[in-house]
Design a protein around this ligand. Sequence first.
Ligand code: NCD
Length: 335
Amino acid sequence: MSKRAKTAGTSSAGPRGRRSAPPAGKAFVWTKRHLLGLDELSAVEITHILDTAESFREVSTRSIKKVPALRGKVVVNLFFEDSTRTRMSFSLAASRLSADVLDFSAKGSSVAKGETLRDTARNIEAMGIDTVVVRHSQSGAPHMLARCLDASVINAGDGQHEHPTQALLDMFTIRRRLGGLAGKRVAIVGDIAHSRVARSNIIGLRKLGAEVVVVGPPTLVPSAIRSMGCEISHSLDEVLGEVDVINMLRIQFERFGSNLFPSVREYANIYGLNAERLRRARRDVLVMHPGPINRGLEMTSDVADGPNSAILQQVANGMAVRMAALFLVNQGDQA
Ligand code: NCD
């Protein structure tokens, strides 16, 4: 029996620290010990995370922004790639749940002396960690950790594979702003080929009944992506007027092996979101971006900071979603 299975069930406290029976009709019980990708979750499980995030959202509006849900638990952030939002958001989310948080950065650690990911993680775990939040350039790194550690593992972005909490916060934001996901039409625009955000979004949105059209130049939109249940377009202008959401992705220059489009200016002209293009979109279209934005490339500043933009709401909602993720994996007892 796993360490977790032995202790599971010792806490029946809800997200706000109150002990309560599940409300009628909501008998779903979360069992997963890890959050590795949306591919491994059912529509019911994804909805449960979003609903749990909804109940945590209110905590961030209190003057004392803390609940005792993970008191006595230890969360470590294990980041082998750069991050601003995701890392801070996980740290704050864990603190708001009253967990102790340890921040590990590959830079300045023994990884620089050649220590393997597995050895680093096992040594950290020997310090009694309950949850490992990992970001790594290698696809599958969180899955490997999940196999060799007793702790829960949350994927904070693995290579070009998945970034489940980003997709969950994107879906949470759409659901809040548009009232639901089923039947909504979402354009994901830009560097689809290198994007774990695109992959997780496509998987999650499709599972919850949204339509997805990915948009970008052929060099950045692999045709195989169609097999994930989305449409492909190479013209932003053609899809502009028919979508409820435009999620603009960053051009990930750091992942390019070679130049995949002729010039940055040409890309901005054809695929950039500017005020003129926005006028041709639905009046209430939701503009999103996972950040960091290359202003002037993916979108102009007036659009990024304008009334249709949900970009800062995405960041705020990320806190609630990560609180939900941390809370739930600590309740789970199954791989
Ligand atoms: C994304 C990431 O790291 O995959 N950013 C994020 O988590 N906010 C997307 C990106 O870096 O472009």
